[in-house]
Design a binder for this molecule. Sequence first.
Ligand code: ZN
Length: 521
Amino acid sequence: MKKILLAVTLGFLACNSSQKSVTENSKTEKETVSPIVYANTITETELKEHLYTYASDEFEGRNTGSKGQKLAVEYLKNEYESLNIQPAQEDGDYFQDVPLEISKVPTGTIVLNGKEYKIGTDFITFSSMETSLDKIVYANFGIETDGYSDYSTIDVTNKVVLINFGEPKNTDGTYVISGTALPSKWGNFNESLSDRLKIAYDKGAKGILLIKNNNYSRLLSRFEYIANSSREILKLATNSSADLPMIMVNQNLGNQFKKIVGSATSSKEIEVDLDLNIKSGNKKINSENVVAFLKGNELPEEYVVISSHLDHIGISNDGQINNGADDDGSGTVALLEIAEAFKKAADEGNGPKRSIVFLHVTGEEKGLLGSKYYTDFEPIFPLEKTVANLNIDMIGRIDPNREGDRNYIYLIGSDKLSTELHELSEEVNSKYAQLELDYTYNDENDPNRFYYRSDHYNFAKNNIPIIFYFNGTHEDYHRPGDTPDKINYDLLQNRTRLVFHTAWEVANRANKIVVDKPVIN
Ligand SMILES: [Zn+2]
């Protein structure tokens, strides 16, 4: 280790003299204070005590929106109140409401010029729309990009827009947008759908009718799978372009619309006799993130977010409870202990320079919903002032397929956006924790794609450096056997202390962590 370290330090000094190593940094500002005394308040006993409650049968596997999940957030709120750590929101509420809905396929029909068309057969949609229209706007391909727009001559405010899926071609057969014989991204359904929705949404449209000639059957089978599956599909109930009602009509119904449009090759308003009678099957679900906060004493408007998810998968169809002790009970209790350690430091006048946000998110098992709501819709603190996110998801067990020292942790994403964060993490570990840091799953091409599968991803995609702490899966992953008695509390303690030390260094370092490999330019 020494050899590499020397090389690294020199290189480091060469490229960025302002960034000092762990020891130099803390020596100058916090001479007398070592984080070790606070790290040692994080103990196996306390972690176990919390976990035997939080992952007990009483919490019924903490399914998002369920009674058990409500018990979980009350538990967290009571803990922060007893630690006297303030809520993050100005209104004094620890709970950040996360609007969710169970998306079920709607029911209903479309009546065009007196003829009825059925959902599933002639069109598919996941949105509801109940309205009668005598005018809609035909917007050709619904594209707006550099040098080309199907919206330049029309106003679609509060209108339903009819779009033909595809892209414009020149008389010589080349594509207008690419200028070549090769189609642009607008010719690819998956690549361009959200852009088409966003353009129409930003222009004030109230819905889209999309004529989809090819691949309709593939989308239909997905629609039927959801319609027939008992699996609950939860999504954020936020008003964003992704929620713009979109109805995809098949070739038959599409041809009826095309008859009305005629030979038009540009956008225009068209007269129709159209009833959309599509009723939503969606059911609203209330859930919440729990967010606590410790204000920094020198750089209070810079934030370090430490996160874990409070939910799990609930009760299986056979009635067995999935306790989720490791997933993510371990991350949840780790976060409570880290908060307690920082609070103790602050009470003794050794609080962090930067502010620390203790973020317990809901809906992770349903698609990273709570963290997505925080980053994409309601960040309590500005993302551009968020220095780093340390995300903990499953740190209480051992990966049975892993060889090597049991005192390990998988690190994912530490070097993705910031070389400095990666080196800081390494230095902190060698100084304070001496765990085996394993980067097996950090590989870009790792088929497990763990980098995209937990809440840090919503921060990373917003250019915030992240570290994901993870012990790998095991035989009880997402099963009733994931219980508190199977947790390795000594490892849970060591891994939690590593996260604490890393947060301490990020929060107290003179400079804000540098993002030298941004994802968004
Ligand atoms: Zn998890």
